[in-house]
Ligand binder design. Structure first.
Ligand SMILES: [Zn+2]
Length: 164
């Protein structure tokens, strides 16, 4: 009787372990192959709402830019802003989200929105790759946590996207 019970406990433990393993596997698998999780979507949308509120308060208008989450990025770029024929879009790198979601939310969205707003306001120069003093002020006004000017990676694209 006791032996049977012990056996049952072992089987239960094994079953639970398999379930946990399968769940973890599913989580990382679904992240690579499917859309981002509802939780991530919610966090991105909430942050965008926050940025737009800052914009309304600081600039007196809101200008919504399509936020496109994609895994087509090459390399470790977090996000980029594109401007083509007056159309502005922000791309966020899905590949780095799992490990850098907090940074994405706290810094990247406001950072890219600041580029988008600079485009919208007519500052199309790319001499300093967009990270001018004025850009920095916009970034801070939009609530960005990390509005450093030293960023020198090219994440402003003045033409068609390099992907799709
Ligand atoms: Zn930038």
């Amino acid at each position: 009787m006791f032996k049977k019970r012990l056996e049952l406990i072992f089987i239960s433990i094994i079953l639970i372990s398999i379930t946990v393993l399968a769940y973890n596997y599913y989580k990382s698998y679904s992240f690579k192959n499917n859309d981002i999780s509802d939780n991530y979507k919610k966090r991105i949308l909430n942050k965008e709402q926050e940025v737009l509120q800052h914009m309304q308060r600081e600039f007196g208008f809101t200008f919504k830019v399509p936020l496109i989450v994609t895994d087509k990025f090459k390399g470790k770029l977090y996000g980029l802003t594109s401007y083509k024929d007056g159309i502005i879009k922000i791309y966020l790198n899905k590949k780095v989200m799992q490990e850098s979601m907090d940074y994405m939310i706290d810094s990247v969205i406001a950072h890219e929105y600041a580029h988008a707003l600079m485009f919208k306001l007519g500052y199309l120069h790319t001499k300093d790759k967009g990270h001018s003093k004025r850009w920095q002020q916009v970034c801070i006004k939009l609530g960005g946590k990390d509005c450093q000017q030293y960023v020198d990676i090219k994440e402003i694209i003045m033409s068609k996207m390099p992907f799709q």
